[in-house]
Ligand binder design. Structure first.
Ligand SMILES: O=C(O)CCC(=O)C(=O)O
Ligand SMILES: [Fe+2]
Length: 363
C-alpha cells in the first residue's frame, strides 16, 4: 500500500472518522459526510419506541406451555417485524460486558496501534476500517463510523494470523469465548424457528450449510458528531446474512416500519436485538422479513456489536422446498450463493440506500 502522499485517493478512502474528530476541535462535519435532506435522521422518523417483541427465553425450560409460547412469539416476530429482542438468552452478561469493554479499549488505542489490523483488500471483509471502502465511488456520502470486522473462524485460519487481535491484551480470548456463545445462540434461535415450522431443530442451520455457516462480528464505533442531524452512522441497509444478533447499550439503531424510521429501544438490560437477514428471507420464500435498518449518531460516541450468521459462501440459498407449495406458495426467489449475492450488493451499491438487493433475485 502506497503512502498517502503518493495516492491521495487511497488516503481519502482510508480516513478514520474517529481520528478526524480527535485531531482537532471540529464544529462542522466535512462535506463528504453530509446526507441529502431526505436521508437525514429527521426525515420520516418518529421518536417513539416501536414495541418490537421482547422474548424471555427462560420460558423455554419452564414448562411445555412456556416453550410453546416462545416458539410462537419468535416465529410471529420474524413474520411481522423481522426484528425482536431476547432476554435470558444464555450468553452470560459478564461476557457481553467484556465484549463491550474490549471494543471501547480497542477504539481507545492510538491510530497507529489500530492500523496494525487494517483491513486488507485481499482478505475479504475482515479487519479494521469500513469494509468494501475500495469499491465505493469517490462522490458517495460517507458514513460516520469506523469498525473492526472479525470472522469467528479467522482466529484459527493461519493465513489470517495478522487478524488475531493481541492489542488490547485479552481481546482475542474475549472474542473466542463471546463469539462461540453467540454462535450457539444463533443455532438455538434457528432451532426454535425450525421447530415451530414443524421441522427438525437443525433444519434451517443445515440450509446454511451446517458447519459451513460462518459468523462475522462487527465492532462498530460511531464517534461523537458535532452535527449529528446531518450525517448517518450506518446508512439504510438490510443484512445479507440469515440472522443478526446485536448488542447495543446506547440508542441509535432504527428500523423502517410502515415507511417510518423508529428507534429500537435499549431499555432491556443485557438484551440482544435479533433480526432476519436476506438469506433467511430467501430460504423462507419471503415468509420471514429482512427489514431495512440504519444507525443514527449523537454528539457522544456509541458502540454496537452485530454478529451475523451467514450461509457457507458456496451454499446455494434458495427457497426451501419445505417452505413452499407448488400450487399455493411457489418459490419466488432464484437460488444464489452468498458470495454472488454479496458481489451484486457491492457492485450495485446496495447497503447505502433503501433499495433492496433481494428484489433482484425474484423469479
Ligand atoms: O449500529 C447499529 O445499531 C446497526 C449496525 C448494523 O446494522 C450493521 O452493522 O449491520
Ligand atoms: Fe445491519
Amino acid at each position: 500500500m502506497g503512502v498517502p502522499d503518493e495516492h491521495p485517493e487511497l488516503f481519502e478512502g482510508l480516513t478514520r472518522v474517529q481520528h478526524m474528530v480527535e485531531k482537532g476541535v471540529m464544529d462542522h462535519v466535512p462535506e463528504s459526510f453530509i446526507q441529502p435532506p431526505h436521508m437525514r435522521s429527521a426525515a420520516r422518523s418518529l421518536d417513539l419506541d416501536l414495541q418490537i417483541p421482547v422474548i424471555d427465553m427462560a420460558l423455554l425450560t419452564r414448562d411445555s406451555q412456556g416453550k410453546k409460547q416462545v416458539l410462537a412469539d419468535i416465529t410471529r416476530a420474524c413474520e411481522q417485524y423481522g426484528f425482536f429482542q431476547v432476554i435470558n438468552h444464555g450468553v452470560p452478561e459478564s461476557l457481553m460486558d467484556a465484549a463491550m469493554a474490549m471494543a471501547k479499549k480497542f477504539f481507545a488505542l492510538s491510530a497507529e496501534e489500530k492500523e496494525v489490523y487494517k483491513h486488507q483488500a485481499a482478505s475479504g471483509a475482515v479487519g479494521y476500517g469500513r469494509i468494501f471502502e475500495e469499491y465505493r465511488k469517490p462522490d458517495e456520502v460517507k458514513e460516520w463510523l469506523d469498525r473492526l470486522t472479525l470472522d469467528l473462524s479467522s482466529a484459527r485460519d493461519p493465513s489470517q494470523s495478522w487478524l488475531v487481535i493481541n492489542n488490547p491484551p485479552g481481546f482475542q480470548e474475549m472474542y473466542d469465548e463471546y463469539g462461540k456463545a453467540v454462535y450457539e445462540l444463533h443455532k438455538k434461535l434457528l432451532g426454535i424457528i425450525s421447530e415451530e415450522l414443524g421441522q427438525a431443530p437443525d433444519f434451517l442451520y443445515s440450509k446454511l450449510g451446517g458447519e459451513k455457516a460462518f459468523m462475522r462480528t462487527m465492532f462498530n464505533y460511531y464517534p461523537p458528531c458535532p452535527q449529528p442531524e446531518l450525517v448517518m452512522g450506518s446508512a439504510p441497509h438490510a443484512d445479507a446474512c440469515a440472522l443478526t444478533i446485536l448488542q447495543q447499550q446506547v440508542p441509535g439503531l432504527q428500523l423502517l416500519h410502515d415507511g417510518i424510521w423508529v428507534p429500537v429501544p435499549t431499555s432491556f438490560d443485557h438484551a440482544f436485538v435479533v433480526n432476519i437477514g436476506d438469506s433467511l428471507q430467501i430460504i423462507s420464500n419471503g415468509r420471514f422479513k429482512s427489514v431495512l435498518h440504519r444507525a443514527v449518531v449523537h454528539n457522544t460516541s456509541r458502540i454496537s456489536i452485530p454478529n451475523f450468521l451467514a450461509p457457507g459462501v458456496d451454499i446455494l440459498m434458495q427457497p426451501a422446498v419445505e417452505m413452499c407449495d407448488p400450487i399455493t406458495n411457489p418459490p419466488i426467489y432464484k437460488g444464489v450463493t452468498l458470495s454472488d449475492f454479496l458481489k451484486f450488493v457491492i457492485a450495485e451499491g446496495y447497503g447505502r440506500s433503501e433499495s433492496r438487493a433481494v428484489e433482484h433475485f425474484r423469479l
